[in-house]
Ligand binder design. Structure first.
Ligand SMILES: Cc1ncc(COP(=O)(O)O)c(C=O)c1O
Length: 410
């Protein structure tokens, strides 16, 4: 091998040089405190606990299962039991830890497809019916699995239109995909009605609780009007929940729950035709990090019910402060009626995406919404503290965009 390229140094670098190098690399990154999108994790002492647990399990691999690492087996089963309890599931509910919501949804889409194919011949490609707000993970899974997705236009208020959903169900439909709540507008689909519909048509109903599953039950306990979303509804077949969102664990960690082992088995690929012997596992990925799972478990135990409730209260406080603050800025309007932790806002006077650019120049990050054109905030506990600073930057950004618009008009 010739001399190394410029990326790999000839001589290895010590941490004392690497740390400042990494700090330099991230000088233009958004700080966690100024991100109102993409960054959900715990803060304070819980964050420290997560980092310690992560470090302890840094090199572990969940691939071997509990016969290799009984500790991880126990940790995974504790997390599954916690999530099943949150979603009203009894002892029959089983689950799989995955690296993210997309894989959780992928597994359940495969299971729904294979269950349907085991029962009947389909005239065409197996199909998922979902309100237009369903997360793109359904489409990704469908693309990999030779399926199609029928996205049904929504009723006013970004609500699922039940009549249109029922009409969309055809001979190839194998699954209904529901959101609890949707990522884009933060609205809960009518899961109870969808569950009845799914039962009537013998369809698999997946409840995508990637955003809501670890948060909604605590909002409910605080007296917020949260609908029934879980296994208490007989027609719910599976549910996904992201530990790396409101489980407050590190990325990448999520899980999928199935009503019972009989449904879960359709997600498996059991393989034996190679020299290594039997290779069967419930997840898509082979090697799976134990560290993220151990950290999520530690956060769950550290927070306890009290901690989750405290965080839910902080999110509610932040939501109120942000909604009031946004409504008080001339030209801005809140676009949705947030039911959990997602807030949309826009403007009839100027381009809200220009406001996102102006906020970014001030260090703040919000996500963009395409339909309706607007901005998207995912509220986390630390935004209770961040709200005043964000609203001040938002006011300045709106002024800047307004001034630029009137200069352009002259
Ligand atoms: C409702 C919903 N479902 C699924 C996902 C996909 O999760 P991931 O990005 O972990 O794959 C997300 C991500 O934001 C989401 O909000």
């Amino acid at each position: 091998m010739g001399r190394m390229n410029q990326i790999l140094p000839d001589k290895g670098m010590p941490w004392t040089e690497l740390e400042p190098e990494l700090e330099r690399l991230r000088t233009r990154d958004v700080s966690d405190d100024q991100a109102l999108a993409f960054v959900v994790h715990c803060d304070g002492e819980a964050l420290d606990v997560a980092k310690r647990a992560y470090r302890m399990f840094f090199s572990t691999n969940a691939l071997g299962g509990s016969s290799v690492l009984p500790s991880l087996g126990r940790i995974e089963s504790d997390i599954i039991r916690f999530a099943a309890w949150l979603l009203g599931g009894g002892p029959d509910v089983v689950g799989t830890l995955t690296p993210g919501g997309t894989e959780s949804i992928f597994l359940t889409v495969k299971a729904a497809r294979d269950r349907a194919l085991a029962k009947r011949a389909l005239p065409g490609k197996p199909e998922i019916v979902t309100p237009a707000s369903g997360y793109p993970s359904f489409d990704k899974a469908a693309a990999y699995l030779g399926m199609t997705v029928r996205r049904v236009p929504m009723a006013p208020g970004f609500r699922a239109d039940m009549a249109a959903i029922e009409k969309a169900i055809g001979p190839n439909t194998v699954m209904i995909g529901a959101s609890a709540p949707s990522f884009s507008h933060g609205i809960f689909d009518p899961i109870a009605e969808m569950a009845t519909l799914a039962q009537r048509h013998d369809l698999w109903l997946h409840v995508d609780g990637c955003v809501g599953a670890f948060l909604a039950p605590f909002f409910k306990e605080l007296g917020e009007p949260i609908p029934e979303i879980g296994f208490g509804l007989a027609g719910v077949t599976s549910a996904s929940a992201d530990l790396h969102k409101y489980g407050y664990g590190p990325k990448a960690a999520s899980l999928v729950l199935y009503r019972d082992a009989g449904h879960a088995k359709f997600a498996d690929v059991d393989f034996d035709d190679w020299p290594g012997g039997r290779y069967g596992m419930p997840a898509l990925t082979g090697t799976r990090p134990g560290a993220t799972v151990a950290a999520a478990w530690a956060v769950m135990k550290h927070l306890g019910r009290e901690g989750y409730l405290r965080n839910a209260r902080r999110i509610l406080n932040a939501r109120l402060a942000l909604m009031d603050g946004i409504a008080a800025i001339p030209g801005l309007k809140v676009l949705n009626k947030p039911e959990l932790c997602i807030l949309n806002f826009g403007s009839d006077e100027f381009d809200p995406h220009a406001v996102a650019d102006a906020l970014r120049r001030r260090g703040w990050l919000v996500a963009r919404l395409a339909r309706p054109r607007g901005l998207h905030i995912m509220i986390v506990p630390r935004h209770e503290q961040a709200a005043p600073g964000f609203l001040a930057a938002l006011r300045e950004s709106v002024d800047e965009v307004r001034a630029a618009k009137s200069r352009a008009a002259q």
